[in-house]
Structures are given as structure tokens and as C-alpha cells.
Design a protein around this ligand. Structure first.
Ligand SMILES: [Ca+2]
Ligand SMILES: [Ca+2]
Length: 227
């Protein structure tokens, strides 16, 4: 009888002790949480694991359930929290909330483009595109002159002229016996001896004859070119 009663008493006391320990631990956690919150470590108080008397930081970035970062940013773990740092080529907007593309081409400190190329902004980066008359070399690094004269589709020259390549472009040089007038190569013989009024030049017409053509900005009035 006494022995049975004694067992019940022992059990009762043990349960009481467990309950007491549980209460004490809960109270400890509450105090710990309070301290963490006061030190600005709310997140740690919620997700941190207690190891003895120390609090171990949770690496939120290892589990997508712990963090939420906007587009074009990456999670960076910190002690007791995490930050969302913008990816390379992006920066926080004026509200310091989302990461927006940096227009590198707007500031020479952001980009470096080789000679004969220009900066073109892209999402998260920029490219250096060759200016007109140039194309990337075989290594796709620097911009070198295009020899337009080697490709008929790349140049347009009038009759009686030949294409001549130059750095960054090309010219149409008149063949022997022809001279350049109004971007056409006219026959020296046909215009030879022909007198043209002021502000006009001799030009060979399509039918093989010659005539006087007023210069740009002048019109023919009473056989004279007037501006
Ligand atoms: Ca950019
Ligand atoms: Ca060229």
C-alpha cells in the first residue's frame, strides 16, 4: 500500500518537475526572444536554433522558404538576417526597393569600348558595336575597316568610276578621261569647250549629250543659274 502510494507520488513529482522544466525553458525562450528583438534581431529570434546558451544564425539563402528577393537580385546571408544584393549590372532604384538595369553608356566611368565602336546598353550589361564602315575582327574584339569594294552589295558607284576603299568608308574615283561633277563622272571630251553660266557645271546626259546643270541651291532662270 505504502509502496504503491510512494510510486504514485514519485510519478506525480516527476511530472511536476517536467512541467516545471518546460515552463522554465519557455520562459527562457521568451526572454531570449525579447533580447533578440531589442537588438534588432527579430528574424533570428524566430528562425534561429538555440544551441546551449548560444544562438546559431540561419542561412536563409540556402532555403527558398526563408527568403524573398526581387528580380535581378541575389540573397546574401548576414548574422541574424539576410539582404538582397543587386546582380552585376543592376542597381537599386530611387526607392531602394527593386534592382534596375544600369545604363552604362550614360557615364564613361561605367564602360570601356575600343576605337571605332560605340556603347550600346543592354539588360544587365552593355555591348560595343562597331560604327558604320567598321566590323569586328576575326577575334571579335576590335573594330577594323570594312573593305566595301570587295562586296558589290556594300558600295554604289556611278558609271565610269571605280570603288576605292578608305579607312571607315570608300570613294568612287572617276576613270581616266572622266571628271567628277555632281557626284557623276562626266566625259571630259563631251564637256570640253562647252561654256556654262555661273553656278553651273557641264554634265553628260543619259543620251550621250552634254548640258549645263545648276549647282545645288540654284535654279535655271533665263539661261542663268540664280540662287
Ligand atoms: Ca545595362
Ligand atoms: Ca572601308
Amino acid at each position: 500500500m505504502d509502496r504503491k502510494k510512494s510510486n504514485e507520488l514519485v510519478l506525480k513529482e516527476a511530472n511536476l518537475e517536467r512541467s516545471l522544466i518546460k515552463t522554465i525553458r519557455q520562459r527562457q525562450l521568451q526572454i531570449l526572444g525579447h533580447i533578440c528583438r531589442r537588438k534588432g534581431l527579430e528574424h533570428l529570434a524566430v528562425t534561429g536554433k538555440i544551441e546551449g546558451k548560444r544562438i546559431r544564425d540561419i542561412d536563409e539563402c540556402r532555403g527558398s522558404q526563408f527568403y524573398s528577393c526581387p528580380e535581378n537580385s541575389t540573397c546574401v546571408n548576414t548574422q541574424g538576417n539576410y539582404t538582397c544584393d543587386c546582380l552585376l549590372g543592376y542597381a537599386k532604384d530611387s526607392q531602394n526597393v527593386v534592382c534596375i538595369d544600369i545604363d552604362e553608356c550614360r557615364g564613361s566611368q561605367f564602360y570601356s569600348c575600343p576605337e571605332n565602336s560605340m556603347c550600346v546598353n543592354t539588360q544587365g550589361n552593355y555591348t560595343c558595336d562597331c560604327v558604320l564602315g567598321y566590323a569586328k575582327d576575326s577575334q571579335n574584339v576590335v573594330c577594323i575597316d570594312v573593305d566595301e569594294c570587295t562586296d558589290p552589295a556594300s558600295f554604289s558607284c556611278p558609271a565610269n568610276s571605280t570603288c576605292a576603299n578608305h579607312e571607315g568608308g570608300y570613294t568612287c574615283d572617276c576613270e581616266a578621261g572622266y571628271v567628277k561633277q555632281n557626284n557623276l563622272c562626266v566625259d571630259l571630251v563631251l564637256c570640253e569647250g562647252q561654256t556654262c553660266p555661273a553656278y553651273s557645271t557641264c554634265a553628260v546626259d543619259g543620251d550621250g549629250t552634254s548640258s549645263c546643270v545648276c549647282q545645288n541651291g540654284y535654279t535655271l532662270q533665263n539661261d542663268t543659274c540664280e540662287g
